[in-house]
Design a protein around this ligand. Structure first.
Ligand code: HPA
Length: 262
């Protein structure tokens, strides 16, 4: 079994881990991943915007990325996101473990189950992020000198533009805590493939209109937080899952894919 780290803005490698580039062919196109070497040979690293941040949020090939991880034998994934803060209790520099999301993206390929030969299925979403992995992140965080907000609702916008203040007021009223552009369909595609997936978001700015003036991206202390977060991810992925979760039984198959054996 392999494990994976998916990283977003600002994280393009894993300090202390030797990585080797690998292109993976999938039915949805190519994905570029990095395979851990030596004692990290069970670890796959994926920079969702590409290693030099070439791909904008609305152009990421989410299906190729997640399928490539499955083809490599990945069953557990921890994902990092840079986000803006809607909730005034999560100032920039804050880290939150996601426990739910609101999807405001549009026009993105959403599902591996597109009908016809690919089958039809509905995926249960009452716990979109693996509760067992979430609990482990929260338990281990103090060892890495990290304080994680235990719950947070992620709003996914389409980007690449930032939101307007009116949009952010709306997202806040609907229960959103943080906002980013890449969380969906990444999480839903992992659930369709029965993977365990949890995510931590690092706030790098107040979302539009939460504070007066233009958006300012905070840089101070962020590199250190990212390094600690990656260490927490590596440690968490090494532990066996201790709690029950329904990540592997959440797909309700209405009509199996043509190549499905079961
Ligand atoms: N909005 C959307 N995506 C983001 C933000 C934001 O304010 N900050 C970082 N990613």
């Amino acid at each position: 079994m392999r494990v994976a780290i998916i990283a977003g803005t600002g994280i393009y490698d894993i300090p202390g881990v030797e990585l080797k580039k690998q292109l993976v062919e999938t039915p949805y196109g190519q994905a570029l991943v990095h395979l851990g070497q030596g004692s990290a040979d069970h670890l796959v690293f994926l920079a969702r915007h590409g290693p030099e941040h070439h791909t904008p949020p609305h152009k990421i090939n989410y299906k190729a990325n997640i399928k490539a991880l499955q083809l490599l034998g990945v069953e557990k994934i921890l994902a990092a996101f840079a986000v803006g803060s809607i909730n005034p209790n999560i100032p920039p520099g804050g880290l939150v473990v996601l426990d739910d999301f609101l999807d405001f993206s549009s026009g993105r390929p959403l599902s591996f189950f597109d009908g016809g030969d690919s089958g039809v299925a509905h995926t249960e979403m009452s716990q979109p992020y693996c509760p067992a992995l979430r609990a482990q992140l929260l338990n281990l965080a103090p060892e890495f000198d990290l304080k994680l907000h235990p719950r947070s609702v992620y709003v996914c916008t389409n980007g690449p533009r930032f939101e307007t203040p009116a949009e952010i007021r709306m997202h806040g009223k609907l229960g959103g805590d943080v906002v980013g552009m890449t969380g969906v369909p990444e999480v839903t595609l992992t659930r369709e493939l029965n993977m365990h997936y949890a995510a931590v978001a690092l706030s790098i700015n107040w979302a539009a209109g939460v504070k007066p003036g233009a958006i300012e991206i905070v840089r101070e202390g962020i590199a250190e937080l990212r390094a600690k977060l990656l260490s927490l991810f590596i440690e968490t992925l090494q532990k066996p899952l201790a709690l029950d979760c329904n990540c592997q039984t959440s797909v309700m198959m209405m009509h199996p894919p043509a190549h499905h054996s079961g």
